[in-house]
Design a protein around this ligand. Sequence first.
Ligand code: FAD
Ligand code: NAP
Length: 475
Amino acid sequence: MTEIKNLNEFEALLSDHTGLIVIDFYATWCGPCKIMSPIFEKLSQMDELESVKFIKIDRDENLELIDKYSFTIPSIPRFFIIKSNKNGIEIFEDLGGTQSKTSLFEKISKYLDSGSESQKTEISKENQIQTNSKHKPKVAIIGSGPAGLTAALYTSRANLDVTVFSGLQPGGQLTTTTDIENFPGFWDTHNNKGKSGTDLVETIRQQAEHFGAKVEFSEINQIQYHKIDSKNQFVLTDSGKQKHEFEAVIIASGASARYLGIPDESKFIGQGYHSCATCDGSFYKNQIVAIVGGGDSAMEEANFLTNFASKVYLLHRNNTFRASKVMLERVKKNPKIEIIANVAVKDLVGEKTLDHIILENTIDGANLDLEKLKLDEIDQNRYKLKLDGLFVAIGHDPNTKFVGNLLDTDSAGYLIPQSRLPKEERTSKYDSATKIPGLFVAGDVEDQLYRQAITAAAGGCRAAMETEKWLADQE
Ligand code: FAD
Ligand code: NAP
């Protein structure tokens, strides 16, 4: 793998290399980019992809190159599969966000010149995780956030055969934030400040791998449970339709960012409308942005956005805030942030990218200072606010689609561990167990209340220890 530092180096490569080139556009401040880096490195070392040149390009340092070759990079990381030709380059694939190793491998293989179709299929098959009869994995962990990786650390130290399925966000939600200040023991004692969320999950992953856990960068689409001759069996189907068998499973699939659900929303995603300020904030240097929400995420991200934007509006549908006092105070003290309370975003407007939004009062008589806030009144209740970018930080939905009807959820969609059931309804002595024997849950996917890295990690520990005990009970 090569780091391309400037346009000259890129053009030299284009003239030298006639085969496929895969580019990883990254930025030094981007958490998901750090997570993708080892996956990209592993791909570059695969024998099957020997003829492919893998290059990394720092997006912030190479705007001239990006401009000249018309790469469109609305968010990072971004991967391009290209080939040089006499007119410049031909782009085969343009892939945004974190990718699994298998899916990137498959996409690259599709464009390989050498090898017949059947050979390619063989290669692809080899790279799927196959259930091996000699070495049957015992425990699957779905999710690679603090809950899943802590569960992997504990189960692998307990000498179980552990496979973690990372999902599309390896490392989980912490990779979308900057520094963590409240994970005990994870503190920069020299500078008296927090440390990177990505580094925290990366370290737990390395710890778990050291004790034998295998991390597969793929997503689980379905989970089935069978009882065969009084033995439990779980069959997990991944996004490549491969099936994997396990005796116990820990679901630690966390939660995903929520969007507003307003008209034309999808048209603007990545084009002025974002759910991750840490990932996309730097696109708005000296511009005007807004963030929606009243929780800790909105406060943290509003402050973060002031590193780039000239002005940040914090838009909240209420005038009371879920955010902790300390976080709210930081926002109030930040001279670049303007809070507008009691408003809802009703519409996103623009040609190709966002131009302005329509705000509506959520209470009568909101009495906003239109001049100070630079709001154009449409009528008594609605305003136009000109913006370059809009971010949302309005909470998350638990990732449970792959569970289907196997387990019950509460009214907000969270999975229900035994600990949350009344005594008479419990079917297992283990707190993190579910109604299905051998199926355990941990982290944000079952916890609407605390949703912290430390509670997720603690949940992962509990589920792992209970899984180990439950497996021992079966012997
Ligand atoms: P997640 O971190 O959500 O991880 C879920 C994992 O499951 C991901 O790896 C995902 O890829 C995977 N997955 C999902 N579906 C599938 C599937 N079908 N197949 C396979 N894998 C799947 N907490 C703090 O304590 N301190 C902070 O400073 C802090 N800052 C935060 C900042 C932001 C912007 C956000 C959004 C949250 C923050 N939190 C913080 C909360 C913290 O990140 C979460 O509580 C924690 O990450 C939850 O961990 P988890 O492992 O349960 O789930
Ligand atoms: P949250 O606490 O659930 O807050 C979500 C906010 O979004 C609420 O203010 C809510 O408004 C608003 N909202 C929800 N749906 C909306 C919609 N459709 N339109 C407009 N507004 C909407 O979520 P979070 O801020 O992501 O925090 C999640 C967890 O992570 C919390 O436990 C938090 O403490 C933790 N976290 C911690 C840190 C830290 O400690 N540094 C940083 C970030 C997050 P209402 O209040 O009106 O319902």
